[in-house]
Design a protein around this ligand. Structure first.
Ligand code: B1N
Length: 831
């Protein structure tokens, strides 16, 4: 029997608060050695680096534990309104350093480990980051839960504990090869599994009608199969505020009944197959970014985690005796894109079928409990599920969706009359090319609020993607511009810059980023500029050390570091960057430009391509091929360098961004919803060369035109060019530099003379070019000439860099959270 039962739950020992170990070097050493000996079962002298890392992680956990347990107890008493952030992705990055920082333990740990003859630095480096996300959307979720904890906002992050995260990227002959990301292999010290708290999640089967005791006709779901959702809890410590929130990720496990039934019938292989099938649900993250694919397993993942989360909240967090009418005063489920939108019919199902509410009451509650964030504008990225598939996997949910749609369209008719065109356009059910559920529409109808992720994006969402809905629901649409956590992306990633800022402004900026404004005055101070330049140079050396060990690359301090890191996607236009590099190279190779006249630059790429995205993979191949030629051509005299370290991830971002001089944010206007890398670079004192797209617009407004290199068409100009008829070949014909660059690629210069290798890229550019690379080329090249000219005046450049930092405090995810709280959630901090 658990000891609490033996003692009685009211026994003083059972009620005694959990206490943290003493936060002294001595206390830390004891706790560390205890964990090494008693949890890992090794002596210090016999321990491996991994043992030590695991023991250290456990030690940090021990320090956070009292706060975590206390927060859980307190919140269960206070019962505040709670944010449930529903996200299929959390791109957390390494945990150790962040948790040490939050708990103010970095110095104590460093000293304590040194006393044991252990280097903290070495242990840091062996942590494998949990890559449970693809890119910006997943990293945003991680920044948001950091800010919520730091701001003491009651919140739970819900998601999926993928056994394999985003694939590990390697290059073979310059081409991407994907390896499984077995991030759990050496142990996962940050998680707390609770198999006893598993939820049963059902799928398949059919529905049937029946009349209940009150004579009401109802529907019920007779599922076909079940899986267990086992919660794994992670601590989300606030920064220096003693708070620890929870991230709860679900793992799929086969129910014992599920496989035993088959096993008992004697078919062992079938039993194992069934188990494997169930456990596949949380096996691997879908590596598509911005373009979801309508695969059955993905819908299973989505339903699996939201059903478990809703049930967990209602049964374990909400507590007994809450009238369901009051649910909206206790919870807001924030839908991170359409991936969790199946939560809408799921909450309806629970309220209708399990809690026996009638439709109108259930719908009134549901509409207040959800809010939806849209993260895209690409039409191909708006998620739809075929009615066929959805009906097979979740028949009851499909019924509910149909009813929601019926009532919604009825209301539309009442308002706008029998405008069949409009009805068809607004229907949650699409008919072409096959009958499907439009998840963004469902989310918009059900959500109390709908937001985009940057001003421009939110505006385009209302004007272009959902105009009928905007008209129908005045006040529903709003904007919350994305943000990034200053703890991870300044304080941890750029410790020397952080010290410099603290020296100038005091330490408060870490939780009040608008204070960076105070740096404007320092931008005018030559001494401060010199210090800032020294930090940048030292960050380049640090990066060089990392890349040297990792990939054998060296970064020269006197090169401009020009960085483009983000998922590989045609709309982000890595091709435009390639054309710039090839143009520079071609000038030298042809002898028209003297190498000595070229500003030395190192171009750094980091990008993963979705494994099925062939064109993206070709572009990766081309970047590597161009890099090889440029780096090895003696005529270049080492003044241009192209580096493409494989497997760009959060850990590498933390090294690259602080070292960058120039941030490339060059998507076609109207395509990048926000971007968040753009914010991280600006906050680390890189200048941006960028289009008028996503949050670039707001960055430029804040830092000022003099401190930003703008180029390219605006969104309305893009529209106008499409309307007039876009012919990329015309641009090729009319621009000598562009023609020479493309011809060089087409000639086989980067493919050992084999013209066929990059031919698909070339013909795509010349005859299709959906993202108007050629139309923006000349403007981009002109902007890059301005960059070179500006960089020649190092002191002026440094001043601009400091002004970028000073003016970008707005992009803290703390501010994003305040906006969500004010405009959408209405969940005040609980201090
Ligand atoms: O979300 C980020 C934005 O800053 C980016 O501009 C935007 O591209 C990104 C399907 C997505 N939009 N959609 C996705 C990710 C995974 C997936 O399976 C779509 N990611 C974004 C944060 O707002």
């Amino acid at each position: 029997a658990p000891i609490v039962h033996a003692l009685g739950a009211t026994h003083p020992l059972a009620l005694a608060p959990v206490t943290a170990p003493p936060a002294s070097v001595d206390g830390f050493v004891r706790e560390f050695l205890h964990n090494l000996n008693f949890e890992l079962g090794v002596s210090l002298s016999a321990s491996s680096v991994n043992d030590r890392y695991l023991a250290l992680a456990q030690t940090v956990r021990d320090y956070l534990m009292a706060r975590w347990l206390d927060d859980q107890r307190r919140l269960s008493e206070i019962k505040p309104k709670t944010v449930c952030y529903l996200s299929a992705e959390y791109l957390l990055g390494r945990q150790l350093d962040n948790n040490l920082l939050a708990a103010r333990l970095t110095d104590v740990a460093t000293e304590a480990l040194a006393a044991c003859g252990v280097s903290l630095e070495e242990l840091r480096e062996i942590e494998v980051e949990p890559g449970l996300g693809n890119g910006g959307l997943g990293r945003l979720a991680a920044c948001f839960i950091d800010s919520l904890a730091t701001m003491s906002v009651p919140s739970i992050g819900y998601g999926i504990r993928y056994e394999y995260g985003i694939f590990r990227q390697t290059f073979v002959d310059g081409q991407q090869v994907e390896q499984p990301d077995s991030w759990l292999r050496l142990g996962s010290p940050w998680e707390f599994p609770h198999p006893e708290a598993a939820q049963t999640i059902s799928f398949g089967g059919h529905t049937e009608k029946y009349v209940d005791d009150d004579g009401v006709e109802r529907s019920r779901w007779i599922p076909g199969w079940n899986v267990l959702a086992v919660p794994y809890n992670y601590m989300v410590p606030g920064y220096h505020n003693g708070r620890v929130n929870t991230l709860r990720l679900w793992r799929a496990v086969a129910t014992s009944s599920f496989d035993l039934r088959v096993f008992n019938s004697g078919d062992y292989e079938e039993a194992v197959r069934a188990q494997t099938y169930a456990e596949n649900i949380s096996k691997v993250l879908y590596p598509e970014d911005s373009t979801p694919q309508g695969k059955e397993l993905r819908l299973q993942q989505q339903y699996f985690f939201v059903a478990a989360s809703i049930s967990d909240f209602l049964e374990n967090v909400l507590g007994d005796g809450v009238e369901l009418e009051k649910l909206p005063s206790r919870v807001i489920f924030q839908l991170n894109d359409t991936h969790p939108v199946i939560a809408v019919p799921e909450l309806m199902r629970v309220l209708l079928d399990e809690r026996r509410l009638d439709w109108d009451d259930a719908w009134a509650i549901t509409q207040q409990c959800f809010a939806y964030t849209c993260h895209t504008l690409l039409p191909e990225a708006l998620e739809v599920w075929s009615v066929d598939l959805l009906g097979r996997l979740l028949p009851r949910h499909l019924e509910i969706i149909y009813r929601i749609n019926e009532e919604f369209l009825e209301a539309v008719r009442e308002r706008f009359g029998d405008d069949e065109m409009r009805i068809r356009n607004m229907s949650i059910i699409g008919e072409h090319p096959y009958r499907s559920v439009r998840m963004a529409y469902l989310a918009t109808v059900a959500g109390a609020k709908v937001n985009g992720v940057a001003e421009l994006h939110s505006q385009l969402l209302r004007d272009k993607v959902l105009p009928d809905f905007d008209e129908f629901y005045p006040g529903k649409f709003t904007n919350v511009t994305n943000g990034v956590t200053p703890r991870r992306f300044i304080r941890l990633a750029n410790p020397d810059l952080a010290s410099l800022i603290t020296e100038a402004l005091g330490a408060g900026w870490t939780i009040d980023l608008e204070r960076l404004r105070g740096l404007e005055a320092y931008a005018e101070d030559p001494e401060f500029r010199a210090k800032f330049a020294a930090v940048k140079a030292s960050n380049k050396r640090r990066l060089s050390d990392v890349l040297h060990v990792r990939d054998g690359f060296d970064v020269s301090e006197d090169h401009m570091l020009d960085v483009m890191v983000k998922r590989l996607h045609e709309y982000k236009r890595q091709m435009l960057k390639v054309l710039h590099i090839v143009t520079e190279y071609e000038g030298i190779a042809s002898g028209r430009v003297a190498a000595s006249a070229v500003q030395p630059r190192t171009f750094v790429f980091g990008a993963k391509a979705a494994p099925g995205y062939i064109m993206a993979k070709r572009i990766i191949h081309l970047i590597n091929a161009v890099g090889k030629v440029v780096n090895e051509d003696p005529r270049v005299e080492g003044r241009l360098k192209v580096l493409f370290p494989p497997n760009y991830n959060v850990t590498l971002a933390e090294r690259l961004i602080p070292a960058a001089d120039l941030s490339e944010q060059i998507s076609l206007a109207g395509k990048e919803a926000s971007g968040t890398g753009n914010m991280k670079f600006a906050l680390n004192g890189a200048l941006t060369v960028g289009t008028d797209d996503g949050a670039n617009v707001e960055i430029r407004q804040l830092v000022g035109d003099d401190n930003f290199f703008l180029f390219g068409m605006t969104e309305p100009e893009v529209e106008a060019l499409w309307a007039k008829g876009y012919r990329p070949a015309d641009f090729y014909q009319q621009d000598d530099d562009l023609r020479r660059a493309i011809d060089l690629i087409a000639s086989g210069a980067f493919s050992d003379g084999d013209r066929s290798v990059f031919e698909p890229i070339v013909s795509n550019l010349l005859y299709d070019d959906r993202f108007m690379v050629l139309a923006d080329y000349s403007s981009y090249i002109a902007a890059q000439a301005q960059v070179d000219a500006a960089y020649a005046d190092q002191d002026a450049w440094t001043r601009s860099a400091i002004l970028n930092i000073a003016r970008c405090g707005f992009f803290s995810s703390d501010r994003s959270m305040r906006d969500y709280i004010d405009r959408i959630w209405h969940t005040p901090p609980v201090l």
